[in-house]
Design a protein around this ligand. Structure first.
Ligand code: PEP
Ligand code: MN
Length: 354
């Protein structure tokens, strides 16, 4: 990984750097973070002669060899200071909340508009709404492109940034045309490397962010972080990691709750962790506790299915959406817990080093 001295190289410097790399059999991928650009070396970066030629350039600060398999996502990567923002606000500052319906019902857009306004009033930072849905049965409601207009209408009314899931290149093009703020990659596609690459490539140079769910099969933590690496390696590091429960489920729960991996993820990577308690526990009455658990494990935020009238919802909403008044209490309590968690971390830090 090549770290320049200044935040950006001039076009002439970039051309020179590329030429040296190419002579050494290396391809460069430019990753544009919030404050700086870094260059990922693709190929055998142990070519000592090439590395010393690059290190010798007066506009290059250093060439780092990152030992983790996830070179960009690693805490030791040149991207470690990168911040992901939603509507200009750093994800994690003040505990970020994404909330809204699992599924937008194209036949009842008013429910979504009411939900959007209500989650805003409850204090959410971003609105979620499922346009297309990954369903176990091919005969179940698969979503409807009409719901994309409803989602954008709710964004215009509330001013909240919006999140929706994409599952294929056609959906990806549609959401990018509408400038959807957060592209959700669901648990079923979390290891669909073709889609991960395509999403990464299409959001290069844009402010768009990705919320990557953890694959539901209890894979290794590396597998999750490497999936994020696929997206980020295409040039846009605006990624959030989303534990959402794994399978086999804990008896009686929808999945096996995994908000406890937040500290582990934060130790290994710089990316914000946004936990999905709704799909993890799968039952509205358990959701507030799972949200608070996520906050106490040090998550940067949560994504919570919320509906003004869950029993009139479709998809997951009747069983696991909370109402906006419950959401308001969740947000109040999670923000208080997040502040306590930070002071506890500060204490641990002092005792560990002092
Ligand atoms: C969802 O967010 O509604 C959803 C389908 O999520 P997951 O991919 O985690 O199942
Ligand atoms: Mn859902």
């Amino acid at each position: 990984m090549i770290i320049p001295k200044e935040s950006h190289l001039t076009p002439e410097q970039e051309t020179e750097l590329e030429a040296i790399a190419s002579e050494g059999g290396i391809k460069l991928m430019k990753i544009t973070g919030e404050t700086r650009q870094i260059f990922l070396m693709i190929g055998d970066e142990r070519n000592e002669e090439m590395v010393s030629r690059i290190t010798g350039l007066d506009y290059i600060d250093r060439v780092d060899m990152v030992m983790d398999p996830y070179r960009l996502m690693s805490r030791t990567s040149g991207l470690a200071g990168h911040k992901v923002r939603l509507n200009g606000k750093i994800v994690g500052d003040g505990f970020t909340v994404i909330a809204g319906q699992c599924t937008i019902d194209p036949k009842n857009p008013n429910y979504f508009f009411e939900t959007a306004q209500a989650v805003k009033e409850a204090g959410a930072d971003c609105l979620r709404g499922g346009v297309w849905k990954p369903r176990t049965s091919p005969y179940a409601f698969q979503g409807d492109v009409k719901s994309l207009e409803i989602l954008m209408g709710a964004k215009a009314r509330t001013g909240l940034p919006v999140d929706t899931e994409v599952m294929d290149p056609e959906q990806l093009d549609a959401v990018l045309q509408h400038d959807v703020d957060v592209l959700q990659i669901g648990t079923r596609n979390a290891l669909n490397y073709g889609l991960l690459k395509e999403v990464g490539r299409k959001i290069r140079g844009r402010k768009t962010a990705v919320l990557l769910k953890r694959s539901m099969h209890m894979g290794k933590i590396e597998e999750f972080i490497m999936a994020a690496e696929y997206v980020v390696a295409q040039g846009n590091p605006n990624i959030m990691l989303c534990p959402r429960g794994t399978t086999p489920a804990m008896d009686g729960y929808r999945n096996h709750p995994d908000e406890c991996i937040a500290p582990l993820l934060k130790e290994r990577t710089w990316a914000p962790v946004v936990v999905d308690p709704s799909h993890s526990v799968g039952k509205a009455s358990y959701v507030p506790f799972a949200c608070m658990a996520a906050a106490s494990y040090g998550a940067d935020g949560i994504i919570v299915e919320t509906h003004v009238s869950p029993r009139h919802g479709i998809g997951d909403d009747p069983k696991q959406a909370v109402t906006p008044d419950t959401l308001a209490r969740i947000i109040r309590d999670c923000r208080a817990i997040a502040a306590m968690q930070k002071s506890h971390m500060g204490h641990l830090h002092v005792t560990a080093h002092g």
